[in-house]
Design a protein around this ligand. Structure first.
Ligand code: MG
Length: 402
């Protein structure tokens, strides 16, 4: 019998984490849960630990550790508890672990990702921020190791799958043969709107995504197109391609998840019904493919048409800001990401309007003095600076000028 792959899920109570556990449930003959980590949802973490017989748990919110301890005390399984940032790193480097799924919010995933790469693990990467802020560090660590980095974001998984067909080629050779990447975007709930119409958008409207059911932050990011901007930065690092050759096209049906154009003019695309489990499953099964019972088969005749349009970059400046952050490089993508996080939070708290999300990020980026990213510290410092500056800028935005 095949040895089961032991899975560590950092962020098991979030939407990607829960989908990953569905994948494990479907493939119990091939996968087993070794460890689970959550931020603060003690009830769900304990329930998952019992159901999947996890052997290690980690909780980032240390104030709730006792509560977790009490909940799991009666489980008739040997369970070890860890906590805080160190707990994530310990879980990411467990000797028995085969695959580490990084699905935690924000830049908290960076250090566990680097630690897992150092231990030659397969990293299934769902947290965009890891490559957005730490692309340089992560890709150079990867070069010096036997680790594998498999993207879980649907667009990057699509590109990764299209490139696998060419995997027999030397990788250097491959990058010379790829002429461009096209990331598809659903366009979010406000596709076709202009900026005057966006002025008074409500939180409820922004949270209504047409094709994907995801967490709150990423749903707002889809509405502003920051999600696609973050994905452009992620793609640049993952596939080592010039930003000028990364295109974004609005494709409201979300059937083509992204595509690769080769130098001979041939394009390869990956298609499926929108599904969060498919890219997770592929990151676990790669280089094989396993059955996916949750998949609705693609019926092209029923779909009738797939449509494509340019992004309106005037209305959605998140795309051009992403391009600027990559071109200037260094700590600017860190600032792009952190300022957006603060702005989205302020929008959720109803303190700023929808268009002010982008305005705030733009202001903070303009004021940043770009530094090279040569350590985790340089990232954390830029991140901290951007958060403080965003709070100052938000006050200015809210203060009437006359
Ligand atoms: Mg995506």
């Amino acid at each position: 019998m095949l040895k089961k792959k032991k899975i560590v899920i950092l962020g098991s109570t979030g939407s990607v984490g829960q989908s990953a556990l569905e994948v494990v449930k479907q493939h119990q003959d091939k996968l087993e849960v070794l460890a689970l980590a959550a931020n603060s949802n003690v009830d769900l973490l304990a329930q998952q630990a019992q159901e999947f017989k996890a052997r290690y748990l980690s909780l980032s919110d240390t104030t709730k550790l006792e509560g977790l301890n009490a909940k799991v005390a009666n489980f008739n399984q040997e369970l070890q508890l860890r906590s805080g940032e160190q707990g994530l790193i310990e879980l990411a480097t467990l000797e028995e672990a085969d695959i580490i799924l990084i699905a935690i919010v924000g830049i908290a995933g960076l250090e566990p990702t680097l630690a897992a790469i150092e231990q030659d693990k397969r990293v299934a990467l769902a947290s965009k921020e890891v490559l957005v802020v730490g692309g340089e560090l992560v890709m150079s660590a990867l070069k010096d190791s036997q680790a594998e980095l498999i993207p879980v974001d649907s667009e990057h998984s699509a590109i990764f799958q299209c490139l696998q067909l060419e995997s027999e080629l030397e990788s250097d050779n491959l990058s010379r043969q790829v002429s461009s990447l096209t990331l598809t975007a659903s366009g979010g709930p406000f596709f076709g709107w202009n900026s005057a119409q966006l002025e008074n958008v409500t939180l409820a409207q922004a949270l209504k995504h047409p094709t994907w059911d995801m967490g709150q932050k990423i749903t707002i990011d889809s509405a502003t197109m920051f999600n696609k901007g973050l994905e452009m930065i992620e793609a640049k690092w993952l596939f080592d391609i010039d930003i000028a050759n990364i295109n974004v096209v609005v494709h409201p049906q979300s059937i083509i998840h992204s595509m690769v154009e080769y130098c001979d003019g041939s394009s390869l695309a990956q298609l499926s019904m929108p599904s969060m489990t498919l890219p997770i499953l592929y990151a676990f099964s790669y280089p094989q493919r396993w059955e996916n019972c949750q998949n609705t088969p693609l019926n092209l005749v029923q779909l009738q048409q797939l449509t494509f349009e340019d992004v309106d970059e005037q209305t959605f400046p998140a795309i051009s800001l992403a391009r600027k952050s990559i071109e200037q490089g260094g700590t600017l993508p860190v600032v792009y990401n952190a300022a957006n996080e603060v702005a989205v939070e302020l929008f959720i708290q109803k303190e700023i309007g929808f268009n002010q999300i982008t305005a705030l990020v733009q202001q903070v980026m303009n004021q940043h003095q770009v530094q090279p990213v040569d350590s985790i510290d340089s990232i954390l410092q830029a991140d901290q600076w951007a958060r403080e500056q965003s709070a100052i800028e938000a006050q200015l935005l809210l203060t009437p000028t006359d």
